[in-house]
Design a protein around this ligand. Sequence first.
Ligand code: CAO
Length: 411
Amino acid sequence: MEKDARVEEFDKICEVTSDKATVDVTSRFSGVIKKLHYQANDTAYVGKPLIDIDVDEDGESEDNVLDAPAPIEDSETASNAPDGFMANPSAKDDSPSAADEQEKKGSHASLATPAVRHLSKELKIDIKDVDGTGRDGRVTKEDLYKHQDMISSNQHTTQTSGTSATPRQSTGQQVEMPVPLTQNQAQMFKTMTRSLQIPHFVYSDEFDITPLVALRKRINNGASKSVTSQKLSYMPFIIKALSLSLQDYPLLNSRLDTTSSKPTIINRSQHNIGIAMDTPCGLIVPVIKDVANLSIKEIAAELRRLQSATSSSSLSPSDLTGGTITISNIGNIGGTYLSPVIVDSQVAIVGVGRIREIPGFDEEGKVVRRSVVNFSWSADHRVVDGAVVARCSEVLRGFLEGVEGMVLLMR
Ligand code: CAO
């Protein structure tokens, strides 16, 4: 190193040789060397200046002095090796030094090792702002990381609490208004409260109804106009398919009589399928009676009648009673999965989610458009095994994924 040479932080300044080892001394400042206190091979004295550096930091010029390190042979006992020097770690001395004592009076910045100072620059932290927890209050890397965490959490708090330091003032008092239940809600309250007694087994599966979507499209485009001129929704197919599935699983069409001390399952001959309807008055569940003896066209006509009677409030008591199982199709509104609630005169309910278009594979492995829909079952687990639900759901899948199977079973 020569006078007026530029030196950067961490640059090697000189080598210090002792009987035991040789260590590199690096600069802890960037700047211009103003004075060399020793020439090569001179003996340097511990705690005495090595060089003066004119530090050009933040536009301000300031002289800094690098002191000589403690002699390496004395490293175990040396009391005056300043930490401002980078030395061979194996020979570095951590014990307090005279220079330390002197620097203790200064800022934490001057107490930090070059590595810590370097890190503080990387983290853009002014080391003078950091409380040092190291020896003699010196700032350690951990102190920097903690300080950084503190800054981030303060920023987060400021962001989440908004720009205003004062809490948002309430504009007035909370006002609670009692509103009596509508007739419909009062009925729902009673029915659903009774439903709480029923342990629900919930089961859901996805069906690929691409062929049914295509069939319905053909029918609605006039392919069967000699049979029907009415537009069909998916519901008549779903209602019929459920009825066909119940023929194999009559338990799901039964009810559980708990009025006597011995609970009894009551099997029922007719499939009276309740259809959950969303109406301006709320949920109403009219019933399509004896579905097993109705064609899809007849089911569609009955569904239309019930929908129209619901709109004109002309449903008869008989339209609203006698259901043996319920379908709740929420898909015309949205949703994929349901967890439908059983009423106490039934042991099962089927929920239908929204039909979705997804990519699938054909038999040759090519990507094709598929229409899928989720069916979600709830069954009374006191009397219905999950396996029964799963098997019945598989039969239902067969009818809806291969609609021709339904045709074969039509009477
Ligand atoms: N996925 C995608 N589209 C569906 C669908 C589904 N699962 N179900 C019906 N749709 C479509 C119909 O195909 C029809 O579209 P197009 O005119 O293009 O054919 C449109 O939605 C409207 O159908 P719709 O409601 O007139 O007739 P629907 O026979 O399909 O459904 C009913 C009848 C009563 C089930 C339905 O109107 C309804 O009220 N659903 C809500 C039920 C409900 O609230 N369940 C929750 C009960 S628990 O609180």
